[in-house]
Design a protein around this ligand. Structure first.
Ligand SMILES: Nc1ncnc2c1ncn2[C@@H]1O[C@H](COP(=O)(O)OP(=O)(O)O)[C@@H](O)[C@H]1O
Ligand SMILES: Nc1ccn([C@@H]2O[C@H](COP(=O)(O)OP(=O)(O)O)[C@@H](O)[C@H]2O)c(=O)n1
Length: 216
């Protein structure tokens, strides 16, 4: 079974994808880490005239075996990730690894922005996770504060809005729900309630695929 989980920044898609992977015994790939790793690799060149060429080279050299969320989840890498993510050749360079991960025997859970639309349009179940901007800002703020960081909520809100806007305008992206995605708004759901709702959507979709006789 392949489960595609997409959604905007801090909607909770990574938390849900990891929990679904545990629940169904599937491997999980947080595809945002790939873009963040590219961003990190070219951090020193963020204003360089050859930023794009360097980003493309870095995307071809990402060490997919060492994607450390503890390092890559830092805020500046999210910004850089969304800048490199608009470059078509960067997305192309990261495509095969994601596609192979999705197609491994037994299936997988992937979360990102374009899993249900571009990476794995044939996924068995597609979830699009959303929450209003204020709730997402508050979640990210608490995440940073839990790491001992001081957060300016006003700035963070505008950073998230700006990144969402760049992602939505990405000409090479696919930052919209796939037509067959199940929308899950978690604004008023805690993590446990969101997980239960997601499991119900996955189980329902798989039962419908199996048909009345249970045959697939
Ligand atoms: N439904 C929820 N309610 C409250 N907090 C949540 C919920 N889902 C996730 N979180 C928290 O919000 C933060 C961002 O979640 P994360 O899964 O990393 O989002 P994303 O992968 O969409 O960026 C994390 O600290 C996570 O524990
Ligand atoms: N499949 C993906 C995943 C991430 N991205 C880009 O990478 C950035 C960081 O993604 P992320 O999923 O780690 O960010 P959060 O949603 O966790 O804040 C996003 O803002 C997108 O610009 C993408 O373009 N396609």
């Amino acid at each position: 079974m392949i489960i595609a989980v997409d959604g905007p920044a801090a909607s909770g898609k990574g938390t849900l994808a990891a929990a679904l992977a545990r629940h169904y015994g599937l491997p999980h790939l947080d595809t945002g880490l790939l873009y963040r790793a590219v961003g990190r690799a070219i951090e020193a060149y963020s204003d360089a005239p050859d930023f794009e060429a360097r980003a493309i080279a870095a995307a071809g050299a990402v060490d997919t075996g060492h994607l450390d969320p503890a390092i890559l989840s830092a805020q500046p890498y999210g910004e850089l990730a969304s800048r490199v993510a608009v470059i078509g050749a960067v997305r192309q360079a990261l495509f095969d690894f994601q596609r192979q991960f999705a197609l491994q025997p037994g299936g997988a859970v992937l979360d990102g922005r374009d899993i249900g639309t571009k990476i794995c349009p044939e996924a068995d179940v597609k979830l699009f996770i959303d929450a209003d901007s204020k709730a997402r800002m508050e979640r990210r703020a608490r995440q940073y504060e839990a790491r001992g960081l001081t957060v300016n909520r006003y700035e963070l809100y505008h950073q998230i809005e700006a990144r969402d806007a760049r992602d939505r305008a990405n000409p090479n992206g696919g930052f919209f729900p796939a037509p067959d995605a199940h929308l899950l708004d978690t604004t008023r759901l805690d993590i446990e309630a969101a997980f239960r709702a997601a499991v119900a959507l996955v189980d329902g979709a798989m039962a419908r695929k199996a048909g009345p006789s249970g045959a697939s």
